[in-house]
Design a protein. Structure first.
Length: 139
């Protein structure tokens, strides 16, 4: 499996502790995806990436994922909101963080319960802190 589906660059192998939480970053803008993924990797997380909801669903069906971080409007007309709803059907306690550059937020009718919305542009430190907080307080 390619660690970063959103970037073609070859990356050095990473070794994770068996207990490292896995974050799925779903972002169709390669540079934005790489920034978020690298910040989370630097924090010690195992990071998987996808450029659209179809790739993300394939990962969700074959990998353990502890948090979903997804853009809303994705490549190939796929949608992060629909992705999160489908993911929660099989993983009802999966923490979800939405992001978008074209929205100010999400209504509670659109978003999955207990999800978080972070508008773009965001600071990578903000995403790391939010991820740490969500995973520390889950369960």
């Amino acid at each position: 499996m390619i660690p970063f589906a959103c970037t073609p660059a070859a990356l050095p192998p990473f070794h994770f502790a068996p207990s490292a939480d896995t974050i799925l970053v779903v972002e169709d803008e390669a540079f934005v995806c790489e920034l978020a993924a690298e910040a989370l990797l630097d924090e010690g997380y195992r990071v998987l990436t996808a450029a659209d909801a179809d790739e993300a669903e394939a990962i969700l069906s074959s990998e353990r994922v502890d948090l979903l971080f997804t853009d809303i409007d994705l490549a190939r007309n796929t949608n992060g909101i629909a992705l999160a709803h489908r993911a929660r059907r099989s993983l009802p306690r999966l923490p979800v963080v939405y992001t978008s550059g074209g929205r100010e937020g999400l209504s509670s009718a659109e978003a999955v319960a207990e999800s978080v919305f972070v508008p773009k542009p965001y600071r990578t430190a903000q995403i790391v802190a939010l991820t740490n907080d969500l995973l520390r307080h889950r369960g």
